[in-house]
Design a protein around this ligand. Structure first.
Ligand code: NAD
Length: 439
C-alpha cells in the first residue's frame, strides 16, 4: 500500500514513520524545504524518543521518502493524510488555512482516485469543506475525478508518541463511503490483527470525538486544580483526595494530578476551539469555558506562591527554573506553564536561570537572552532565592539536596508537580500544589 502524509511535524512524522514500520510505502511531504532536506539526511527536527531510529531504519528500507512537492507522489498513492498544523487564531478558533492549502494543492494536481484523510485536529464540519475545495479545484480544471474524504483524528501523546501509535487505546475513523472504509481497514489491518480497536463512525462524530476527548482530559486537570486550591484553603491534602476518589472505578485514577496547569500544542487550543465551535452554533459550553479559565489562573499559581512567600519583595531576586517543556519527554514548549511563570518573573524584575534536559534549544529560540541557560540542575540553582520545579523530568526526581542547600542563596523549593515531600527536604522550605504550607 502507498500513502502520502502531508505535514512533517510531530503527528505527520510519527504517523509516517510508524506506517512505514508497518510495511506501508510512505511519502512525507512538507513545505519547509530545510526540514525535508534535513530529514532526507536523517536529521530529525523534533525530539521524540526513538523516532530517529524508526525514521533512519525506514529510509534505509526504502519505505519512507520525503518531498516538498505533493504533486510528485499524488499519482502513486491510495491515501493522502493531511497532518498539517491547526494553530489557534486570536479569537480561539482553529486556523484552518494550512489544512485548506493542502486541499487546494490536492485538487489542483489530482489525476486519479484518492482518499483524503484528515489527521489534524479540525472543527466539526471541516471534512465537508475540504471536499468542497477539492471538488472546486477539479471543476476549474474541467475534471470529474472521484475521491473520498475521511477523518482519522490522532490521539498520540508527545513523549510516548510511537507507542501510542503502534499500541493505541483505539483508532477512530470517520467515513462516508464503502471505498473509504475498505481502504482504511486495509491500512489499519496490522493494528486490527494485533487486537487494537479501530472504531468506524460517521465523519462529523469522528471530528467531534477528538475535541471531546481532549476537553474531557483538560476538564479532569482543571477540576483537580480547583479542588487543590480549595484543599490549601481548608487544610486538606489533594494527594490524599486524589487517592480517595481515584479508587472509585467510576472515576478511575488517571489524569487526576493537580499541578501548575496544562500546556502544549493541543489541550489549550482544542478546548478554546471547541468553545468557539459551540459559539458559532449559538450555544455556550459553560464547563469548557470554565476549564480554560481555571487553567489560565493555575498557570500563575507558582508565581503567586513565590510572591506571597517574599511578601511581594521579589524585584532583583535570582530564581532557578527546572523544566521548560510543557511535559517530560518532549522539547515542545507551546503554551507551556514555564513560559507564563518566566514572563511573570521577568516582569517583576527577577533574574531567571533555566534548565531542561531537552528543551534548551527551543527555549533559546523563544526566550533569547532574557534568561540565563544552565548546564544542569545544580548549575541552575547557584545563588538562587527560589527553585521552581515546573516539568517533572525523571532526572529531577532525586537531586542531591545537600549540594543544593550549599549552593543556593535561600533554600526555597516551589513544586508545580508535587513530586517531592517535605520530609525529604530538611532545611529546605517546600511549597507545593494542593497542600497548605505547614513548615
Ligand atoms: P507541527 O506544527 O509540529 O507540524 C505541522 C507541519 O505542517 C509543519 O512541519 C509545517 O511546515 C507543515 N505544513 C504547514 N503547511 C503545510 C502545507 N501547506 N503543506 C505541507 N506541509 C505544511 O504540528 P503537529 O503538532 O504535528 O500537529 C498537527 C496537527 O495534529 C494539529 O492539528 C494538532 O492539533 C494535531 N495533533 C497534534 C498532537 C501533538 O501531540 N502534537 C497530537 C494529536 C493531534
Amino acid at each position: 500500500m502507498k500513502i502520502a502524509v502531508v505535514g512533517s511535524g510531530y503527528v505527520g512524522l510519527v504517523s509516517g514513520a510508524c506506517f512505514a514500520e508497518l510495511g506501508v510505502d510512505v511519502t512525507c511531504v512538507d513545505v519547509d524545504r530545510a526540514k525535508i532536506e534535513g530529514l532526507k539526511e536523517g536529521v530529525i527536527p523534533i525530539y521524540e524518543p526513538n523516532l530517529d531510529v524508526l525514521i533512519t531504519k525506514n529510509i534505509r528500507s526504502g519505505r519512507l521518502k520525503f518531498t516538498t512537492d505533493i504533486a510528485e507522489c499524488l499519482d502513486d498513492v491510495e491515501i493522502v493524510f493531511n497532518a498539517v498544523g491547526t494553530p489557534p487564531k486570536k479569537d480561539g478558533s482553529a486556523d484552518l488555512s494550512y489544512v485548506y492549502q493542502v486541499a487546494r494543492a490536492i485538487g489542483s494536481s489530482l489525476n486519479r482516485y484518492v482518499l483524503v484523510v484528515t489527521k489534524s485536529t479540525v472543527p466539526v464540519g471541516t471534512a465537508a469543506k475540504i471536499k468542497e475545495i477539492i471538488a472546486g479545484e477539479l471543476a476549474e480544471r474541467g475534471l470529474d475525478i472521484e475521491f473520498d474524504v475521511a477523518s482519522n483524528p490522532e490521539f498520540l501523546k508527545e513523549g510516548d508518541a510511537i507507542d501510542d501509535f503502534m499500541k493505541p487505546d483505539r483508532v477512530v475513523v470517520g467515513v462516508d463511503s464503502d471505498r473509504a472504509t475498505e481502504l482504511m481497514t486495509k491500512l489499519y489491518k496490522p493494528i486490527l490483527l494485533s487486537n487494537f480497536r479501530v472504531i468506524f463512525m460517521d465523519i462529523l462524530s469522528a471530528e467531534m470525538t477528538k475535541y471531546a476527548a481532549n476537553a474531557m482530559l483538560a476538564t479532569r486537570i482543571s477540576f483537580m486544580n480547583d479542588i487543590a486550591n480549595l484543599c490549601e484553603l481548608v487544610g486538606a491534602d489533594v494527594a490524599m483526595v486524589r487517592r480517595g476518589i481515584g479508587s472509585d472505578s467510576r472515576i478511575g485514577n488517571k489524569f487526576l494530578y493537580a499541578g501548575c496547569g496544562y500546556g502544549g500544542s493541543c489541550f489549550p487550543k482544542d478546548v478554546r476551539a471547541l468553545a468557539q465551535t459551540a459559539g458559532q452554533y449559538g450555544y455556550s459550553m459553560s464547563v469548557i469555558e470554565a476549564v480554560n479559565m481555571v487553567n489560565e489562573r493555575q498557570k500563575n499559581v507558582l508565581f503567586e506562591k513565590f510572591s506571597d512567600h517574599y511578601k511581594g519583595e521579589i524585584q532583583g531576586r535570582k530564581v532557578a527554573v527546572w523544566g521548560l517543556s510543557f511535559k517530560p519527554g518532549t522539547d515542545d514548549m507551546r503554551e507551556a506553564p514555564s513560559l507564563t511563570l518566566i514572563e511573570s518573573l521577568l516582569e517583576a524584575g527577577c533574574s531567571v536561570r533555566v534548565y531542561d534536559p531537552v528543551a534548551m534549544k527551543e527555549a533559546e529560540r523563544i526566550l533569547g537572552n532574557r534568561v540565563d541557560y544552565a548546564d544542569d540542575i545544580y548549575d541552575c540553582v547557584l545563588d538562587a532565592d527560589a527553585i521552581f520545579h515546573v516539568t517533572e523530568w525523571k532526572e529531577f526526581r532525586f537531586p542531591n539536596w545537600e549540594i543544593i542547600k550549599k549552593v543556593v542563596n535561600i533554600p526555597l523549593l516551589i513544586d508545580g508537580r508535587n513530586v517531592y515531600s517535605s520530609q525529604d527536604l530538611v532545611g529546605i522550605k517546600y511549597l507545593c500544589i494542593g497542600k497548605r504550607d505547614e513548615q
